[in-house]
Design a protein around this ligand. Structure first.
Ligand SMILES: [Zn+2]
Length: 618
């Protein structure tokens, strides 16, 4: 919390020890410290006039926070990380009808709490398990993404000079979004407010459809992107200002109409170079095929920057959810990455596979086995290449990639990975040999141990519980163990985890989110968890009466993964009978997401099964 002159932190957001902490925590701590320091200017020196302009402090502190970490620790490659882990949160939330504009009209205190609540819901798992910051993905991450888009278009130096002008002019006072646009416009000599106000005042963002008219001419068309894929004319009235940033084309082209044609200097191109723009790109199949060939060329292709490969994957994944592309096409695209070396690109691939596995959790075993086989096929070779031990002088990205590879090969039940994970797990807990398991690998190994137990999992469970209750372990390691207890595979262990979560003496209420998030994502326990939650609704709700946004987050997580249309309908009927005003936005977003995933599976389940068959994965 950024109190002026007295910044305060949760211990897990501040304490880092390179011997016992994970690399994710290193990045997280560096970022949180820089974010809070940035608030001394954005928020404290200049304060927003009212909560409508929350983004003026949070969007800026987010962007400046990463900007500072990038200067201090360039090896962390935080902008690639931003494109991989942060932007998708804003893009996913803002593709829902239940989203809201960056500048959102805020009336009463409850609404402020709801807006702050959103980030926690989405960030809890994706950002970092250990940085639960209950804030809003739109004000924070969409805000920061809009700043990044504008600053890269104006040039960072011009942007920073304009920002200094804004701070000097409004110091020790309040300011509005228009004040920022005015200062930037004076510095840049361009009226930025004219095109930027749509990005902050209107909900959503565009998808840009691209087709080739001839070798060097493309036609580009923009419309609002919705994950439901069914935008109505009345919802598509905004014409956004879109910097096209075409890799391989030197001129700065912008799309300012609904449709336009552009001449390029090459027939091989990609829009939104380095993913600085906040939009999706939907290429025609022939352009996509050319781009898949570019991926295989590695450093010699036009997609040599990892952010461009990540952007391509990210867009392809979203367009398959919304039905503008087939999921089999996405799976085909993944195979172009077999020689990939960048950690963040693999991290994106891992998220895509995890989303498909999560949505497909009730599909026939044969198809789910196909997904496991694809995990093994892609990640098994990486485990073989990097092994389990850190090399002397190894860079952070390699260490992270090893952990990611082991996690995914474990999900794919890769026999060698499972055997080695179990061996190390027992060595850690029986011989108390902390050296055997690097902090980056623990989360993966707890999951593998529980899923592949030789017994009913209770021995592994007791061992992880003991780690959680070990007072000598760091807060991060304790939370990793607590999360592990939500990866249970049997009804008996589920019951024990629930009991533990209700015991205030053993688990602080603020930490129960780790357990509930894991139970909601766990495909074995998520339906039982929802049934337990509805059966005990009033009691659980009253436990969080002071923190309704945590309860909203919890509901959002568990509703999102309900799967069948009938279950979603029952959930909606159940909730309609209650007073849910305090966390209505979280509920609406959860129900909308659940329906999107359910329709995605209905639409593409045969397409995916056929692809696995054709490619020999089942
Ligand atoms: Zn902040």
């Amino acid at each position: 919390m950024e109190n002026w002159g007295l910044i305060t932190y949760r211990t897990t957001s501040l304490l880092f020890d390179k011997k016992i902490s994970s690399l994710q925590l290193k990045k997280g701590v560096a970022y949180v410290v820089c974010h809070e320091l940035a608030h001394q200017w954005f928020g404290n020196l200049v304060t927003m006039e009212w909560w409508d302009d929350l983004w003026l402090k949070e969007g800026f502190a987010t962007w400046i926070g990463w900007f500072a970490v990038d200067k201090l620790f360039p090896e962390l490659d935080v902008w690639t990380s931003f494109v991989t882990e942060d932007m998708p949160r804003a893009l996913t939330l803002d593709a829902l009808r239940s989203s809201h504009p960056i500048e959102v009209a805020v009336g009463e205190a409850e609404e402020i709490r709801q807006i702050f609540g959103e980030f926690g819901r989405i960030g809890l798992i994706c950002l970092s398990l250990f940085l639960i910051v209950f804030v809003d993905a739109i004000s924070y991450t969409k805000g920061a993404s809009v700043i990044r888009m504008l600053s890269s278009w104006l040039g960072v130096d011009v942007f920073l000079a304009g920002t200094r002008r804004y701070l000097h002019r409004h110091k020790y006072q309040n300011a509005k979004t228009l004040d920022l646009w005015n200062a930037l416009s004076e510095e840049a000599g361009v009226d930025v407010g004219v095109f930027m106000h749509l990005w902050t005042k209107r909900v959503g963002y565009p998808v840009v459809d691209v087709v080739s008219l001839d070798e060097v001419t493309i036609e580009v068309r923009q419309s609002r992107y919705l994950s439901t894929g069914d935008v109505a004319e009345s919802e598509d009235e905004t014409t956004w200002w879109i910097p096209l940033n075409i890799a391989s084309s030197p001129s700065a082209l912008t799309l300012t109409d609904k449709t336009n044609t552009f001449k390029l200097s090459s027939s091989v191109f990609k829009l939104n170079a380095r993913q600085t723009g906040l939009y999706r790109v939907n290429y025609s199949i022939d352009i996509l095929k050319t781009l898949a060939e570019e991926i295989k060329k590695g450093k010699d292709g036009i997609l040599s920057d990892p952010t461009d490969r990540i952007g391509l994957l990210s867009d392809a994944a979203s367009l398959s959810v919304s039905g503008q592309k087939k999921t089999s096409g996405l799976l085909e695209l993944l195979r172009a990455f077999e020689k990939e070396e960048n950690y963040f690109v693999w991290s994106k691939i891992s998220v895509i596979l995890s989303n498909i596995s999560s949505a497909w959790f009730e599909q026939p075993m044969e198809v789910r086995d196909g997904l496991k086989a694809l995990h093994r096929h892609l990640f098994g070779p990486l485990v073989a290449k990097f092994g389990w031990e850190m090399m002397p002088g190894e860079d952070d990205q390699t260490t992270l990639l090893r952990g990611l590879a082991i996690t995914n090969a474990g999900i794919g039940s890769d026999p060698e990975t499972v055997t080695e994970a179990k061996r190390r797990f027992w060595k850690l807990v029986r011989d108390d040999d902390a050296e055997v398991l690097h902090p980056n690998l623990r989360r993966a190994v707890y999951g593998i141990a529980l899923r592949n137990s030789d017994g009913d999992g209770s021995e592994e469970y007791d061992a992880i519980l003991k780690l959680y209750e070990d007072p000598t372990l760091s807060p991060e390691q304790k939370m990793t163990a607590l999360h592990g207890l939500g990866l249970v595979q049997t009804p008996e262990l589920f019951r024990r985890t629930i009991e533990l979560s209700l015991d205030d003496k053993r688990v602080r209420r603020q930490d129960t989110g780790y357990i509930y998030a894991a139970l909601s994502k766990n495909s074995t326990s998520r339906i039982t968890f929802w049934e337990w939650l509805t059966a005990n609704f009033d009691a659980i709700e009253s436990r969080y009466s002071e923190q309704s946004f945590i309860f909203g987050t919890l509901l959002n997580y568990s509703i999102e993964g309900l799967g069948s249309h009938q279950r979603i309908q029952e959930a909606e009927n159940f909730l309609k009978r209650r007073n849910t005003k305090a966390y209505q936005r979280a509920l609406d977003q959860g129900l909308e997401s659940a329906r999107i995933y359910s329709r995605w599976v209905e639409r593409d389940r045969e397409d995916v099964a056929a692809w696995f068959n054709k490619e020999g994965f089942i």
